[in-house]
Design a protein around this ligand. Structure first.
Ligand SMILES: NC(=O)c1ccc[n+]([C@@H]2O[C@H](COP(=O)([O-])OP(=O)(O)OC[C@H]3O[C@@H](n4cnc5c(N)ncnc54)[C@H](OP(=O)(O)O)[C@@H]3O)[C@@H](O)[C@H]2O)c1
Length: 391
């Protein structure tokens, strides 16, 4: 019980990180090097209020974001991916907590979405933080409360970027970091695994066909784990290509029996949006069940900060009281912007232990179609927006 309580605390701290903490910033404003291309306007896909996909508008005369802190860089975006959170945020998902995080130097509307990117550094703050020179091509992520990458330019802290592995192309580089850092954080912090030493670990990934799922499978296999996967029928060849021990078709009538036959797992990672309830309803056997589908932001949207937080604590404790009867712990996991995580993904990609899976590439002008594709679901990898050089 004592260990369980401390793991709950870890999960709650992770939730608090998502809700309450912004990236540390230096207080003095920074002079930036002049823009390589001295335009001050850019095109960006933005929303001006919450609603459905029709809120997404191309704003051709938006001000290029400026560097406000010495450790920031301005990136000319070449490609960016669309994630389920972008679609959810159009509907107002997370607005209560994210507005709390935005109050320092970010505004809510107009809101540019987009959490990861590949591009070129065109300007940087005067801090010593970033060793990469202007002109470097980089990949990176944008924390969820900041203005995003579905625009010609984005500003991020320099520790949110790194050079790109030289064995992947622009669209592949843009597709990876948001989902890969989500998987990394779930395995590192929520499952408490040592990612370089997972030999003998028995893991199951639910939803191995999606962005987070395929990253989790590849990280687990690279670390030596024995991995089982679930996905639907048409995704089996894709998931088998990662080299798991077995792949179960969740739409087959024998699925539940086959899953039960596999026995108890050290860790089950839910990358399919199934949540804590799925583990209980299906009597899954696990030491640790990690899910990326958590009620934290939704509770705060629906109930406000205080009642939302209290409800969230109860949402975490109740399923754990049930699961602990069988010795299993349920933890929640979140995307964590982290230079350590970016380095881990860089190394895996460079050594070909992890490959990007891009399902579809849309041109920047067709960004709403890219969002629609993500909204429609059943993804087999990532959806990427290409900005190229022609904007
Ligand atoms: N907490 C966080 O910070 C965080 C960050 C990123 C993502 N997430 C969440 O994590 C989940 C995965 O994200 P993603 O970007 O990987 O989404 P995604 O690309 O849409 O992948 C989800 C995959 O799960 C499959 N799937 C659906 N139902 C399934 C089931 N019952 N069993 C097995 N597979 C199933 C889907 O394909 P089929 O429907 O065709 O089977 C799809 O390939 C989403 O719910 C997302 O909201 C959370």
């Amino acid at each position: 019980m004592v260990m369980g309580a401390s793991r709950w605390a870890t999960t709650l701290r992770a939730a608090a990180r998502q809700v309450g903490c912004s990236t540390p910033r230096q207080s003095s404003s920074a002079a930036a090097l002049p823009l390589a291309n001295a335009r001050d306007k850019m095109s960006a896909w933005q929303i001006h209020s919450y609603g459905d996909l029709s809120e997404l508008q191309l704003s051709p005369q938006t001000r290029i974001p400026h560097i406000a802190h010495p450790n920031q860089v301005l990136i000319k975006v070449e490609a960016a991916s669309v994630n389920p959170i972008d679609v959810a945020m159009i509907g107002g998902y997370g607005a209560t907590a994210l507005n709390l995080m935005r109050h320092i130097d970010n505004v809510e509307f107009p809101l540019t979405l987009g959490r990861d990117f590949c591009g070129k550094i065109v300007s940087k703050g005067l801090g010593e933080y970033n060793k990469l020179p202007v002109g470097s091509r980089v990949w990176g992520v944008v924390p969820v409360h900041q203005q995003g990458s579905h625009a010609e330019y984005v500003v991020v802290d320099a520790n949110m970027i790194s050079e790109i592995p030289n064995n992947i192309n622009t669209q592949e580089a843009a597709s990876m970091l948001y989902t890969a850092l989500t998987a990394w954080s779930g395995l590192m912090f929520s499952a408490n695994l040592k990612l370089h030493g997972m030999t003998g670990l028995k893991a199951l990934v639910l939803g191995a066909s999606g962005g987070v799922g395929n990253a989790a499978v590849q990280m687990l296999i690279a670390g030596g784990a024995k991995v089982g996967c679930t996905c639907s029928t048409d995704a089996i060849p894709l998931v088998e290509s990662f080299g798991p021990e077995c792949v179960l078709d969740y739409s087959s009538p024998e699925f539940h029996q086959k899953l039960a036959d596999l026995g108890r797992f050290d860790v089950i990672v839910d990358c399919a949006g199934l949540g804590s309830d799925y583990a209980m309803k299906n009597k899954l056997q696990f030491r640790n069940y990690v899910t990326f589908t958590t009620p934290v932001l939704k509770n705060m949207d629906n109930l406000g900060l205080v009642r939302g937080f209290v409800t969230t604590v109860s949402d975490l404790i109740c399923p754990n009281i049930m699961s602990m009867k069988n010795g299993g712990l349920i933890t929640w996991a979140y995307f964590t912007p982290s230079s350590e995580g970016i380095k881990h993904v860089y190394d895996l990609v460079s050594s070909k232990s992890m490959v990007p899976i891009v399902e579809n590439v849309f041109e920047f002008k067709d960004t709403p179609s890219a969002y629609k594709r993500v909204q429609d679901g059943h993804l087999r990898g990532k959806v990427v927006i290409n900005l190229g050089e022609s904007i």
